[in-house]
Design a protein. Sequence first.
Length: 114
Amino acid sequence: MARQAIRVGRIEIDTLKPNAPQWITSTIQTLEVDDNDEIISQLYKDAQLIRRVSEVTTQVVSITDPVTQQVVNLSVAGLGTAIKAVMINWMLEDNVGSAYDPGTDLVMLDGSNI
């Protein structure tokens, strides 16, 4: 017998608007799954899950890191910091000669102004 389930399809973290509220938005997909929990079909993905960052920064979850196996208590603010650090590293890897400037919070493509 088929059942309905939901999952997060895409997550967007708004960081582009200085001095404005930031939001976390995700698309929620509704699925039909069989008795073996295999996805039969995606019914639609119109729903969204939205939170204002300032209202959820102190929410904490406990997770086990799948690589280190360490149990970590992580806040929404900490999650944002971790995602930002990874993105900065990837931008630096993909743009040889660039450098991160913590004063402007930007990756400078030619390494200048640092």
